[in-house]
Ligand binder design. Sequence first.
Ligand SMILES: Cc1cc2nc3c(=O)[nH]c(=O)nc-3n(C[C@H](O)[C@H](O)[C@H](O)COP(=O)(O)OP(=O)(O)OC[C@H]3O[C@@H](n4cnc5c(N)ncnc54)[C@H](O)[C@@H]3O)c2cc1C
Ligand code: SF4
Length: 478
Amino acid sequence: MNKKMLQFISLEQSTPEKRDKSLRKNDFNEIYKEYITEKAAEQSSRCSQCGVPFCQVHCPLSNNIPDWLKLSAEGRLKEAYELSQSTNNMPEVCGRICPQDRLCEGNCVIEQSGHGTVTIGSIEKYITDTAWKNNWVKPIKVQKELNASVGIIGAGPAGLACAEELRKFGYKVTVYDRYDRPGGLLIYGIPNFKLEKYVVERRTELLKKSGIKFVQNFEVGKNKTLDELRNLHNSILIATGVYKAREIEIPGVNLNNIFPAMDFLTASNKKGLGDKVKLFDNGTLDAKNKNVVVIGGGDTAMDCVRTAVRQKAKSVKCIYRRDRENMPGSAREVANAIEEGIEFVWLASPKQFIGNLEVKEVEINKIKLGLPDSSGRRSPEIEPNSEYKIKADMVIKSLGFDPEDIPNLFNAKELNVSRWGTIKVNLDTMQTNLEGVFAAGDIVRGASLVVWAIKDGRDVAVQIHKYLKENKNKSKAA
Ligand SMILES: Cc1cc2nc3c(=O)[nH]c(=O)nc-3n(C[C@H](O)[C@H](O)[C@H](O)COP(=O)(O)OP(=O)(O)OC[C@H]3O[C@@H](n4cnc5c(N)ncnc54)[C@H](O)[C@@H]3O)c2cc1C
Ligand code: SF4
């Protein structure tokens, strides 16, 4: 066994945090290039086949992890792939970006016994990347075309998983999306250093080859109303995600060079895809040589700070009103950001942005933590007379996302939504209050995870199939 391989094996056997630390010294993608069959087998063989598959229980897709680990340990990668893809439409995506420390790996019995988790996500990714390399991943061959069509609004993971499952049943499927590329947040939200864009593109190409129709640059509400789409299809899925950025209502918020997180991340992802992006190319959305201040403490904020570092910002600070223990995002992502040199300003809240036309400074209030609030986290309280200022050439607001006003946007005032604006569905059927209209993913759950969106997409496909079978007589010609 060569020296490099040994280094990778010891790295994989360490805890996720140590592994991340080592990963940071390398490039995310480079390290995985070294993930070879022997290493996957060696890691997989560490699974104790414990009989109580806590990993599987804590995977939202109930992936049959112990069995595909066993197959990998035996070098039977094709069978491992077949098994893994039978419960997951994008195993290579989940292997890369699931917060495994909170899901499968965090509940691995080996991890609990202090010996470092089996690296389930990396193996899942390796198995599927190998399948792609060996041409084992094939477009769907429909056995029997059905005379019914489904319109899916939103080409994110929920919409794509549903489209694939419905196509397997034989339905005609059309996916509408307002972006110019399919993938939703997989393509324009999550940065390339966590999820390479070719990985998303080869998936959507496969779906096109499977006969699924994609209509891009098509915004429901502008190009057609919901009712117009309902007239075109036998059933509709709304999988539009959540995109309304939460605002900071403080003085100076309208100064130049203060941006919502998605503007910054989308520009960066578009550049990574080779697009011309005017606001990036003229320097506006490029962090290079700037003092960057990111406000917020979730995973999107971590993606922003880590993107700014890669764009060679002069300094990157992350301002968060609670302390490290009370941050909402993945502890692993915070550890990654610290490792990369991001400075965290915990227990701090912006009071105002200062500048003439452009932001130059952020005035900060110090915060102390009070009693726990309804979320169980200690609530932040401003310390009187504690103001201080930090330099800022660029501010990125990353305070989370709410749903847009879908009933108004879709010209469908009768569509029921919750008081947060998420779409209300019957939890058994996943149907909204509108006949034949279903909803899934973040637009139902609120901002969540890719793996949950895939799970919802799979589940809703089963429900739509059931609905269409029961309502055959109402079928429209597609
Ligand atoms: C910056 C960022 C990083 C993230 N990182 C991770 C991560 O590392 N791991 C993880 O598990 N999760 C992560 N998430 C969360 C994850 O991306 C989402 O939970 C997931 O993408 C939700 O899937 P979805 O299909 O419901 O919606 P989305 O992926 O948001 O897709 C919705 C689609 O609907 C389209 N759409 C919206 N309105 C309309 C309309 N009116 N007409 C037509 N189309 C419309 C949008 O253009 C979009 O393509 C991250 C989120 C963000 C914002
Ligand atoms: S889908 Fe996510 S949670 Fe499930 S096994 Fe894969 S990495 Fe773990």
